[in-house]
Design a protein around this ligand. Structure first.
Ligand code: NA7
Length: 535
């Protein structure tokens, strides 16, 4: 088979890319490992899975009919509803006919002579001019390297590979390893069903109340009546691809009492907006400390057992530098009689045994195990594919000391290969659907330009790429983010280079940079023209 464009992945990025490429008159084939569309929302079916961007904004903006017709039932949509939305989009734009499901891409090799890519799958090879990697930033699930993990006799589930028919934990002694965002969503729900729940925590996390609720009709109407203007405002003014109330004030210069009033008001309204209470929280350690202290006081006021409360309080990294979590009754859940917190810093795991988890303190008997242990973020899914560019050079080698990319969109030496929400782009620091739309629109305009100018290949210029990588690092180093051993830094994967993976300059600023580069004739890219046709 030979096509103009191969797209890897049929999540929100792959679906929109397919739609745009098709509109441009290109032939497209999408490969997707899952049996249907939805990407992260297809795989992450664990109880309590929910988006932490509000529904009216965590949705496509490219088609007004779509955004007017679809109704969200909750302020923050749960996984089943988001998956239904993905399915609706696939139906509405008749996407599935160009998607090969149940098929993982294993390799993509560029041929210098033909200037085409060969994409390898279990279903055979496909030749293509362009490759679009829509393989997701949080899609390569990671199993913990704990001795004996294979020996557990009961069922074990990773949150990102959850059985389609769900799991009944009634009457079971359940263990959860991990206390990241996935665990924080899952724990309150499983605690209500299981006979007992044992939470194995290595690093406590900061979590804010979501205050999720059924969709308020007036909120939905407000958004639907003003979508064009509101989306435009997000595009122009918002760092994070989501409409938040960014404060113009610093915490440092605000009196303690007023500061706490602001935190309290935002805590009570719920959501990530709390993190925008002041504009210096992510750049000034003292300012950050005031927000962290506020959250620690809330944890201590919520959790009745002071020892458990203390163990749940993060103390050794600034708030927000590991992905901030949103929850519904997470800390409250530790007041239940059937929930036990095991602080792995005090009593580390020694092994998983056939009947439970053994820590330095003894065995915790379990019937079922949940691994909420996260992902090889941002680069994991790309490097799982054997990608080879010019002269057979592999992406794995090129990125041996950390990812190098121009704008998070293209890599030098890998012509005509685009990454969506790739390393060096705002990616996971933005409302991801918003970031996806910006990338896909830019790529689609770019391909139209290449065709109009008779261009055969385009790739990042090595110097421009180096400058961008330096810029990404400098901007990150101007913040508190690198202070935490987070998955943003690759720190959760043994041996992964410590590089701040996303671009933190803001989605609005990033969009302008990309637009400027395109307007200046794709500055920083190397374009080679096709040989003229001979009559
Ligand atoms: P995260 O945020 O990476 O959380 C993984 C959790 O698992 C975290 O608490 C880890 O502790 C813990 N973990 C990992 N390995 C181990 C071992 N070996 N022993 C004990 N604990 C371990 O993943 P999530 O799925 O929760 O969330 C990822 C993102 O997806 C989220 O931010 C949203 O954007 C969506 P650690 O902190 O490493 O000490």
């Amino acid at each position: 088979m030979s096509v103009d464009v191969v797209i890897v992945g049929a999540g929100f990025a792959g679906m929109y890319a397919l739609h745009r490429m098709r509109q441009a008159g290109l032939s497209v084939r999408v490969f997707e490992a899952g049996d249907d569309v939805g990407g992260t929302w297809y795989w992450n079916r664990y109880p309590g899975a929910r988006c932490d961007v509000e529904s009216m904004q965590y949705s496509y903006s490219f088609d007004d009919g779509l955004q007017q017709d679809w109704s969200w039932t909750e302020h923050y949509a749960a996984q089943p509803e988001i998956l239904r939305y993905a399915g609706h989009v696939a139906d509405r734009f008749d996407l599935r006919r160009d998607i090969t499901f149940g098929t993982r891409v294993t390799a993509a090799h560029f041929d210098d002579a033909t200037r085409r890519w060969t994409v390898r799958t279990a279903a055979g090879d496909v030749e293509t001019r362009f490759c679009i990697m829509a393989s997701g930033a949080l899609s390569a699930a990671r199993l913990p390297n704990i001795p004996g993990i294979e020996s557990f006799a009961g069922p074990a589930y990773h949150t990102a590979d959850w059985p389609r028919d769900g799991v009944d934990f009634s009457g079971k002694r359940v263990g959860v390893i991990g206390t990241g965002s996935s665990a924080i969503q899952l724990i309150p729900v499983v605690a209500e069903q299981a006979a007992s729940l044992t939470v194995f925590q290595r690093t406590p996390n900061y979590s804010l109340p979501a205050r999720n609720a059924p969709m308020k009709p007036e909120h939905e109407t407000h958004w639907k009546q003003n979508y064009p203007a509101l989306r435009q405002r997000v595009r122009e003014e918002m760092r994070s691809g989501t409409l938040y109330e960014y404060s113009p004030r610093t915490a440092r210069e605000t009196e303690a009492a007023h500061r706490d009033e602001e935190y309290e008001a935002r805590w009570n309204r719920g959501g990530i907006n709390f993190m925008h209470s002041f504009n210096d929280l992510m750049v000034d350690a003292d300012a950050n400390h005031t927000a962290a202290e506020f959250v620690r006081a809330k944890i201590k006021a919520t959790v009745r057992d002071p020892k458990v409360a203390a163990a749940l309080c993060p103390t050794d990294y600034p708030i927000g530098t590991k992905r901030i979590c949103l929850d519904s009754n997470y800390f409250e859940t530790f007041n239940r009689d059937n929930v036990t917190l095991v602080d792995l810093r005090a009593t580390p795991i020694e092994a998983v045994t056939p009947t439970g988890v053994r820590t330095s303190e003894g065995e915790h008997p379990l019937d079922a195990l949940v691994l909420a242990t996260g992902f090889d973020a941002v680069t994991g899914a790309l490097l799982a594919i054997d990608i080879r560019g010019r002269d057979g050079i592999s992406l794995r080698d090129r990125w041996g000391e950390g990812p190098r990319s121009y704008l998070g969109l293209m890599v030098s030496g890998f012509p005509n290969l685009f990454t969506i929400t790739g390393p060096g782009s705002p990616s996971v620091l933005s409302n991801v659907i918003h970031a996806i739309e910006q990338h896909v629109d830019w790529i689609s305009d770019c391909i139209a330009h290449l065709d109009a100018e008779n261009v055969a290949t385009m790739e990042a210029d090595r110097d421009a790429e180096d400058r961008w990588v330096d810029h990404v690092r400098e901007v990150a180093n101007g913040t508190l983010y690198p202070a935490a051993a987070s998955w943003y830094m690759g720190a959760n994967i043994p041996g992964k280079p410590r590089v701040f993976l996303p671009y933190i300059g803001g989605m609005n600023a990033y969009r302008k940079i990309c637009e400027g580069i395109a307007a200046r004739g794709y500055e920083g890219f190397v374009l080679t023209t096709k040989e003229p046709h001979h009559a």
